[in-house]
Design a protein around this ligand. Sequence first.
Ligand code: KIV
Ligand code: ZN
Length: 515
Amino acid sequence: MTEKVIIFDTSLRDGEQALQASLSVKEKLQIAMALERMKIDVIEVGFPISSPGDFESVRTISNHIKSSQICSLARCVDKDIDVAAEAMSVLDNFRIHIFLGTSNLHIQSKLRKSFDEIISMAVHSIKRAKRYTNNIEFSCEDAGRTSIDNLCRIVEKAISSGATTINIPDTVGYTTPNQFSNIISSLYQKVPNIDQSIISVHCHDDLGMAVANSISAISAGARQVEGTINGIGERAGNAALEEIIMAIKARKDLLNVHTTIENKEIYRTSKIISQLCNIPIPSNKAIVGSNAFAHSSGIHQDGVLKNRKNYEIISPKTIGLKEVALNLTSRSGRAAVKHRMQMMGYKDSEYDINELYVSFLKLADKKGQVFDYDLEALAFINNKQEDPEHFRLEYFNVQSSSTGLATSSVTLICGKLIITKSATTSNGPIDSVYQSLNKISGYSIILQKFQLFAKGKGKDALGQVDILVEYQHRKFHGVGLATDIIESSVKAMVNVFNNIWRANQVMLKLQKNIL
Ligand code: KIV
Ligand code: ZN
C-alpha cells in the first residue's frame, strides 16, 4: 500500500479571507458539509480571534462536522490560542494551527524580533496549545524565503515542543518546483527529529506554480498538502486542491502516494464554493472548468469517439460529472454530429448525414454552438432558419417592489391564438414573467441557467439574456436582446418556446412517419 497524503482544506480560512463579501455562518456550514462529504481529512474552518462572526462559525461548524478533523488558526499570541480552543471546545479532537513569520523579511520588518526571540515565541505558543490538544500544527510563515538553516532550527524546536504537523508555506508564491522540493528534502536530511511530525506544504499561486510546487513537495516527502477548492485565496489564490487530488490519482505511477478523498464529490463541491463565494470558475480551469472535459475540434471529437483515452487522461465521471459535452461547433466533424444524433436516439437510416452535415456547418458558422434541437430541426425540417415563429411576444407588463413581490401580465401570439396570462410571485419580476409565460405555453420546463450580459457600454448598453432550460430530459437554449433586461428575459424564454415547439413538430412528424 502506498503512503497517504493528508488533504487539508483552507477554503474557509485562507479562501474566505480573500472574498469581497464575507460568508454567513450558514454559508460556511454549507461549505464545511460539502467538504466533509468529499472526505477532506482536515478542514481549517476559521481564525476565531479575528471576529465574533468567525468565532461563531467555527463553533457552529464544530457542532456539525463529524468525520473531518476541524482546525482553527491562531497567531503566536496566548489569547488567539485560548479563543481558538474555546471555539472548538465541543470536539474531543481538534487541531490548533499556530503560525509565525520566519523569513528575515518578516522577522525584521514585520515582527521586529531576533530569530532567537522568534524561536522562543513558537515554543511558548506550542506549549500553550498543548493545554488544549495534542494535535498542533506549526506554520513557518514565508518559509519559501527563509534561510534553510533558520528553517531547520525552528522546525526542530517546534517538533520537540510538541507540534505534530509542521507546515512549510510558500506564503508569497515565490518558489519554483525544484527549489521547493529541495527545501523539503533538506528538512528531511537535516532535522534530526523530523520523523516525529508530518511535513505539510501550503503554496500560494502568485507565479502560477502553487500546484506544481505542492506536487514536487510530495515527491520530496511531504505528506500533507494544504489548499482550497477552485484555488480561491489571498491574491492569486492557494493551490487548487481538486488539481492536486486528481494529479495524485492520475499520476500514482509516478508519485506513489494516495489520498482517501471522495473524488466523485469534487465537481459538486467546486460548484457550491463558486456559487456561495461568488467566484466564477474560468471555463478552461483544470478539472472543474466547464471546458475541462469538452472536446471541440473535429479531430479530437473523432478521436474521443473512437477511444476516450485518446484525448482524456481522466474520466469526467471520476470527479462526479455525469454528462460530457462534445461541443458542436463549425470545427466539429461528421463523426461528432452522427454520434450526437445517436445519443438522441436516431438511427443512421432515419436521416441523411451528408445533407445534415452541410446544413449543420452553415448554422454553426452563424450561431457558434449548435444544440440538439437545432440538429433535429436541420435533420428533419429543411431550412429551420426560415421557419415561422409559433410564439411571438405581443405585450408584457410587470410591477415589482423591494419586497420581492412582483405581478406580471404577458400576452403572446401563439399561432392563430392570442393568449394573456398573469402571475404574482415573491421572487422578483423575472420569476413573475416566467411564470406568466409558462402558463401560456403549458411546457413543463426547468430553468437551469440564466446569464445576463451587457452588450455595449454605459446607459445605452443592451442586455443580452442567455438561458438554458430542461424540457422532457432535453436541453433547450434561448437568447433575448433588448435595452430592458426584463424584456430580454421574456424574449429569451419565447425563443426557448419556439425551439421546443419546433422540436415537438419534428417528433410529431416522425411519429406520423411522414418525413
Ligand atoms: O500563506 C500562509 O503562510 C498562511 C499561513 C497562515 C499558513 O496562510
Ligand atoms: Zn496562505
